[in-house]
Design a protein around this ligand. Sequence first.
Ligand SMILES: Cc1ncc(COP(=O)(O)O)c(C=O)c1O
Length: 381
Amino acid sequence: MSTVFDIPTAELRRRRSAKWTTYPSDVLPLPVAEMDVRLAPGIAAALHEAVERGDTGYAGDVTELVEAFRGFALRRWGWKVEPDGVATCADVGVGVVEVLRRLIRPGDGVLIMPPVYPSFYPWLRESGARTVAVPLIDRERGGRLDLDGIERALADGTRVVLLCHPHNPFGRVHTAEELRALAELARTYGAIVLSDEIHAPLTHTGQGFDPYLTVSDAAAETGIAFTSASKAFNVAGLKCALIIADGRRDLLGEMPEELPWGVGHLGLIASIAAFSGEDAWLERLAASLAANVALLRDRLAEALPGVTFPEPRASYLAWLDFRALGLGDDPAAEFLARARVALGSGPAFGLHGEGHARFNFGCSPELIDEAVTRMARALRS
Ligand SMILES: Cc1ncc(COP(=O)(O)O)c(C=O)c1O
């Protein structure tokens, strides 16, 4: 199967998105979580048609989106989503912050599991939360929930857990067993689990995924999920996300009136197309991602021996461990300065981020090769 990552770099450099405009043109930009793909055909067609029609007003009724997502969730994960338990918002970040604002008072603890997606920290600050960090354990092997640590934090009064499932930056898909144990703890201590499932459609070939809300009755009662088409179909700039809170519909009723108005009309159109008819494109993407993981592993072994990363089971991010190379706390800063390769800075992911950097392999094999070559050359010189 041919790769979906086939866009020449010169063409990518004409993009005006954050990934391709944040750094000078001599830098290979690998931090921002966008993929270098063309849109899936059905999404491109739906957007072209909307532009042709001049159909660029406000987003209207979202019933079609909710139905498209319900179909997607049922086909992919056997998840029966109740339409009344779904709300829409501009993006996952906005949704999490608004839900947190309703769940906590300023200064209340919210549990996160570092190293984790850096925007979790500003989201918590924005909602007035205090960060309660319970790092993932077994990190060299892809990370696992520290259920004992989570129980201690809940016993200590924390009432909200922000789960990243699949986990960014490891690409770990938490198991149903772990999630059931988490849900039992949440029920016992009267806590809520906010499950950020934005990377879920990006599981690699052969890897299953259990949405948090499906793993048990306790999870359905204690969970609120957040998702969107934005990562999997590369439409983050179009702004459309879903909050699924079947067991906590009361909360959805308390959301700010203007929240659904943040949804972008083109985002709505693109998301309907994505969730309705692009399963085959996702399969092609998953195969391309697997090939890129293998290439990254081979090239690192050849050119930068000692640099390792846990096998990602979802998405397009690799958590590279540079500690054997003695590059200090922030290897990304070294590589930006010395190799003109931009990686995600490890310390921004919180505890245990030092000595690491995140590599976005949602790019062409040529760029992966070029990035590793430049990094190795910089270390030799
Ligand atoms: C785990 C996770 N959640 C949320 C987001 C951002 O989502 P949004 O743009 O919908 O706020 C990202 C982006 O990379 C992410 O990795």
